[in-house]
Design a protein around this ligand. Structure first.
Ligand SMILES: NC(=O)c1ccc[n+]([C@@H]2O[C@H](COP(=O)([O-])OP(=O)(O)OC[C@H]3O[C@@H](n4cnc5c(N)ncnc54)[C@H](O)[C@@H]3O)[C@@H](O)[C@H]2O)c1
Length: 274
């Protein structure tokens, strides 16, 4: 398929739902081969099947990004399916597990660091031969081929958010991760950027209720945002509404595509102007 990502091999974590799902579908429409990875096998398979039904190439790889050995397995599966190249890696998988600081458990704290920081670190390390080393080889051969890493952060990390000391700290660490890796791998033509979303309408940000409990590697966790907080957020958004997963995915496409070849080490706030 012709497009901005024609023939590119891309890996997206947390691609079974929400922002990651929209990015997988969007990347595929631009000609990318997409590894759709998610904790939950059924949504991952559904997204991969939708891509294939539209004439694209996709592979679903189910598993927990925080599990020992999973990042190596994911990179191995990508390379086996689409050949020895990874052109784009999107570290998107994640969830929230809120509590006020004085009531937060160690399990809540550690889970957020594992999924938002440790997993992306292990994935980047596992993919280094196909991102860093491949870029180095291309440059030695006189070719400059940009490869892209896009990390998903949050305005909770850049600005703080009550009830999310664990999540906000881990998402803030994603900023340091992004800027440091951009400095380490820039000379190999690897662009590393982050997107800090505000409020995008997904299951994480649905109005809190009894049906907003999700399965995570740590067990059942209540997600969602109290309705009165959503109403207050809306008032602070100049565009007056939350973003859609498709709008969120458009920014990931920009940072994954040649349009952003001279953009690196940046954290792009995607907040409707908030
Ligand atoms: N929705 C927002 O307003 C918002 C704002 C800022 C940042 N984010 C971030 O965007 C990213 C995507 O979230 P979303 O809003 O699309 O939520 P979502 O729940 O719709 O999708 C997240 C996906 O990640 C998967 N996932 C979670 N933990 C995983 C694990 N350990 N291993 C593999 N997959 C896992 C889930 O199964 C799910 O399919 C997350 O990192 C989230 O923190 C979202």
């Amino acid at each position: 398929m012709a497009g901005m990502l024609s023939g590119k091999s891309t890996v997206i974590t947390g691609a079974g739902r929400g922002i990651g799902r929209s990015a997988a579908l969007r990347f595929a429409r631009e000609g990318a081969r997409v590894v759709v990875s998610d904790l939950d096998p059924d949504p991952a398979e559904e997204v991969a099947a939708a891509i294939r039904a539209a004439g694209g190439e996709a592979l679903a790889v189910a598993g927990d990004v925080t599990a020992d050995g999973f990042p190596d397995r994911l990179v191995g599966a990508a390379v086996e399916a689409f050949g020895p190249a990874i052109d784009v890696l999107v570290n998107n998988a994640g969830y929230t597990w809120d509590a006020m600081a004085h009531k937060m458990t160690d399990a809540q704290w550690e889970a957020m660091w594992r999924v938002h920081c440790t997993a992306p670190f292990r994935l980047v390390r596992a993919a280094a031969p196909y991102l860093r080393d491949a870029g180095q080889r291309d440059l030695a051969a006189g070719r400059r081929v940009h490869r892209k890493i896009v990390n998903v952060s949050s305005v909770a990390g850049t600005d703080g958010n009550p009830g999310q000391l664990n999540y906000a700290s881990a998402k803030a660490a994603v900023v340091g991760f992004t800027k440091t890796l951009a400095k380490e791998w820039g000379r190999f033509a690897v662009n590393v950027n982050a997107v800090a979303y505000g409020w995008i309408e997904t299951r994480l940000t649905q109005p809190k209720g009894e049906d907003t409990v999700i399965d995570t590697p740590e067990g059942a966790v209540a997600v969602g945002v109290p309705q009165q907080h959503l109403d207050a957020f809306r008032d602070r958004i100049p565009l007056g509404r939350p973003g859609t997963p498709e709008e969120a995915a458009g920014v990931l496409l920009f940072l994954a595509s040649p349009l952003s070849d001279y953009v690196s080490g940046q954290v792009l706030k995607v907040t409707g102007g908030a």
